[in-house]
Design a protein around this ligand. Structure first.
Ligand SMILES: [Zn+2]
Ligand SMILES: [Zn+2]
Length: 238
């Protein structure tokens, strides 16, 4: 690992260690062993009640078993299952932006806890985790990969291995504001796998699914390198 990454990691660990034990959303004091989100804030989060299992898009009503949304029927995704427990609206959108762009790292454990709970409903045959990689330059500027940070509690709780031979080789522009065709073009060839993927069913972890195109590109790359199934779990669905 390059020195700058080691330095970033050390700085981040100190930052995490000195963080006060408070509810990530309202700041109410909590005990060390308590959840990172107080019960009131957790109840007020914008939970998704029903969603398409192909793309995680929130749905107005519960679909019949195995039936995907119209979008997935027209353009099937490469996912076995796609899930996100929350919708990308207040206060989740603001919290994610604070976490990613303003280094409010105390959100990491709260987001991680939410992912752990959501992971309980995923297929039992998942045998590896892959936080969506950041390009090294963006990683260097931000100092951390948000997907890796929110994945840690799940990694600990599940004991699943994390795939490390995948990287983001192209620095893509931010996806927001792009149409679906431009997003696809923006992401083509974005990821590279070194060697093969031994795991049969990989779970991708990300903070937000917007169109799903980032995870779809990554999934296709994994499927071309030996894995049989790819699912995705994100904190929020736009
Ligand atoms: Zn709270
Ligand atoms: Zn769908």
């Amino acid at each position: 690992m390059p020195t700058w990454q080691l330095a970033c990691r050390a700085a981040r660990e100190i930052e995490f260690a000195v963080m006060p034990r408070r509810c990530a959303f309202c700041g109410a004091a909590r005990r060390h062993e308590e959840s990172a989100i107080c019960a009131g804030c957790e109840a007020d989060l914008p939970w998704v009640s029903e969603q398409c299992t192909g793309c995680a898009r929130p749905l107005a009503a519960k679909p019949d078993d195995g039936v995907l949304c119209a979008g997935c029927q027209d353009h099937p995704t490469p996912f076995d299952v796609a899930a996100a427990p929350l919708t990308y609206e207040f206060p989740v959108d603001a919290a994610i932006r604070q976490f990613k762009f303003h280094r409010k790292l105390h959100y990491a454990s709260a987001f991680g806890e939410l992912l752990c709970k959501a992971a309980a409903d995923l297929p039992a045959d998942i045998d590896a985790l892959l936080p969506v990689p950041l390009h090294w330059l963006r990683h260097g500027i931000r100092g951390f990969n948000q997907a890796t940070e929110i994945c840690r509690p799940l990694q600990k709780a599940s004991g699943l291995p994390v795939i490390r031979n995948v990287s983001r080789i192209r620095r893509t522009h931010y996806q927001s504001g792009l149409g679906s065709r431009e997003r696809r073009r923006n992401l083509a060839g974005a990821f590279a796998v070194r060697g093969a993927i031994d795991s049969r069913h990989v779970l991708l972890i990300d903070d937000v699914i917007t169109t799903g195109e980032t995870c779809a590109q990554l999934a296709r790359e994994l499927l071309a390198h030996g894995t049989q199934k790819v699912s995705v779990l994100a904190l929020a669905r736009a």
